[in-house]
Design a protein around this ligand. Structure first.
Ligand SMILES: [Zn+2]
Ligand SMILES: [Zn+2]
Length: 133
């Protein structure tokens, strides 16, 4: 598997090769605050399978040894490293892939911190675009 991705403005581009070690929805508060979103989908690759193709990222130390890498121009969260807990790995934000369909998450993690209304959204009405549109 060879996949490319990048931030919304296009300044930062990356490539991953090989198979992900795991892919999951993370519900922890750090991820939610960082993304400004109720959940973040991650896929972990070996650092040796990850390459930055262009651009410079900014890095924010969100807690402990957690390092969140994002585009300094458009703010897109891109990847995460943690040498204490995930040595040798890079977690990429699946939604930044050109083809996010390629890596379906296989688990929900950190559900102890999940927003309660994210537990089951199956009864929430859906609209192809906007209601009444
Ligand atoms: Zn950008
Ligand atoms: Zn998290």
């Amino acid at each position: 598997m060879k996949l490319e991705g990048g931030c919304q403005c296009g300044d930062v581009r990356y490539r991953v090769e090989g198979e992900p070690l795991h892919a999951a929805f993370c519900h922890c508060e750090d991820c939610r605050k960082s993304a400004g979103a109720p959940v973040v989908a991650w896929a972990a690759f070996k650092s040796s399978d990850f390459e930055v193709l262009r651009g410079e990222v900014a890095v924010y130390n969100s807690s402990g040894s957690a390092m969140r890498h994002f585009c300094p121009r458009c703010g897109t969260g891109l990847w995460y490293t943690n040498e204490a807990y995930l040595p040798g790995l890079v977690d990429i934000q699946i939604a930044t892939l050109d083809d996010p369909e390629a890596l379906p998450p296989g688990a929900h993690i950190q559900v102890a911190e999940r927003i309660s209304w994210m537990t089951d959204t199956t009864g929430v009405p859906e609209f192809e675009r906007y209601p009444g549109g």
